[in-house]
Design a protein around this ligand. Structure first.
Ligand code: GDP
Length: 307
């Protein structure tokens, strides 16, 4: 069974680990968000792609949800001594990923090619595709000016007001090789529990991807990142508000209409079921907050059943 997923970072990583426990990794394709890609110390960092690769390689730091387990930060401290910005935590071993990616891009390789190489080198058999090889940058409009997503999320800790979100470069971007084909030929498409505005939104902004999702014969199934009127973690609620989306599974379903067929929601959101079905989205009540590996696998099993 070919399972194709749309994925951001931390929320996606958990469900992907669960899916990889249920289906062989080689049957899994991840279409990853590159809207949060950024340049730090001259290095090209792709936070969401790396989170996904590390999760599937079994090396993601489980507590933090980003970076490598058992990481050290000697280089970061040394950079601070030179007066460099250190609000973005780059770990010592993590640096090897960014150095390898940056050198390959500088040599003219595409982001998809270097992403595939990094994943393979770390023993990841799943196909990891960036949404696009072209630069798309999620920009957060605040009363004080525009910020990149990492400036907003990591440096400002998502504490500033948001008035809008733009996907710079999206209209001119093309889906990376294999993205549209993967969606068209999938047996199941899974929208991971990721931020609908800043993780899945940039993927959907790449021309052709929404059309492929609408045209595929595969059911498209989502897991809500919103539980009981709030994000499980992170700024999804504030960002959804700027889009006029209700902070509930209904807002998630509205962002993914009309191609979303089924949405897994938390039992505490039972009150949304009637309205969701009215929107044409089948609803499944489940334990969707993943607190353990067993939980991740159990939720993945629910996603895979009843296709
Ligand atoms: P980011 O790039 O690190 O922000 O990663 P994502 O967009 O993939 O993940 C953030 C989203 O995942 C947030 O909206 C969270 O509410 C959601 N999330 C995190 N953990 C869980 C979980 O265990 N279950 C569900 N349903 N959502 C989660």
């Amino acid at each position: 069974m070919r399972v194709v997923t749309l994925a951001g970072g931390t929320g996606a990583a958990k469900l992907l680990r669960g899916l990889a426990a249920c289906v062989p990794q080689r049957d899994l394709t991840v279409i990853g968000n590159t809207g949060d890609d950024t340049e730090i110390w001259g290095l090209h960092v792709s936070p969401d792609l790396d989170t996904v690769i590390y999760a599937l390689a079994g090396t993601l730091d489980a507590e933090r949800g980003w970076g490598l387990a058992d990481e050290t930060f000697q280089c970061l401290r040394a950079m601070a001594a030179y007066g460099a910005d250190t609000w973005f935590n780059l770990g010592d071993r993590d640096l090897a990923t960014h150095l390898t990616r940056t050198r390959a891009l500088r040599d003219g390789q595409s982001l998809s090619l270097v992403t595939a190489r990094l994943a393979a080198a770390l023993g990841v058999a799943a196909r990891i595709l960036p949404m696009s090889d072209d630069p798309v940058r999620t920009m957060i409009r605040t009363p004080g000016g525009r910020l990149t997503f990492q400036e907003y999320f990591v440096r400002e800790k998502a504490l500033v007001d948001v008035v809008g979100v733009d996907y710079e470069g999206a209209t001119a971007a093309q889906p990376a090789p294999g993205v549209l084909d993967a969606i068209r030929t999938a047996d199941l498409v899974v929208v991971c529990p990721s931020n609908p505005v800043t993780s899945v939104g940039p993927i959907l902004a790449v021309p052709g991807i929404v059309d492929a999702l609408s045209a595929t014969a595969a059911p498209v199934v989502g897991v809500s990142p919103i539980v009981g009127g709030a994000a499980v973690r992170g700024p999804a609620a504030a960002l959804m508000r700027t889009r006029g989306l209700p902070i509930s599974p209904l807002g998630v379903a509205s962002a993914y209409r009309p191609w979303l067929r089924r949405l897994l929601i938390d039992r505490s959101d039972l009150a949304c079921v009637t309205e969701l079905e009215r929107l044409g989205v089948q609803t499944d009540l489940a334990e969707i907050v993943m607190k353990s590996r067993e939980h991740e696998t159990e939720l993945a099993r629910r996603v895979l059943e009843r296709r």
